[in-house]
Design a protein around this ligand. Structure first.
Ligand code: ZN
Length: 126
């Protein structure tokens, strides 16, 4: 039975369940005044999302199918993926390293490249 909003001449507003069969019947407010139906927007819960890539490699425009792709049953790898909320960040891997040592390693590697001191590519034969 649908719930409708009404207003009366006395300025009251109220909600009332009205069977569809009585849709056209005149309604009366608790104060005794005649009431008229107000037009109100129904609450719509939408499943539509801006297309986004799911864990199954497909574009999804439905939240339900997108979320299904994040479950082990929903993607070929059989893995569980997680959505990020607005205030969440990916857990960052923290690498413990000495920054000076790291810079020295990078400089040494760049010097190796400059001097042609790099490993030769390995070509695999069929
Ligand atoms: Zn009233």
């Amino acid at each position: 039975m649908p719930l409708y909003d009404f207003a009366c001449d006395g300025g009251h507003r109220f909600e009332r369940f009205v069977p569809l069969a009585q849709f056209g019947d005149a309604q009366t407010c608790a104060c005794g005044a005649g009431a008229w139906r107000l037009v109100s927007a129904p609450m719509v819960v939408s499943d539509c999302i801006a297309p986004r890539m799911g864990a199954d490699g497909r574009l999804h425009d439905s939240l339900a199918s997108y979320r299904h792709s994040l479950t082990p049953e929903g993607n070929k790898k059989g893995e569980r993926y997680f959505e990020l909320g607005h205030n969440e960040e990916l857990p960052s891997k923290t690498y413990d390293y000495d920054q000076k040592q790291r810079r020295d390693d990078i400089r040494a590697a760049m010097a190796d490249v400059r001097n042609g001191n790099v490993p030769q590519p390995v070509f695999l034969e069929d």
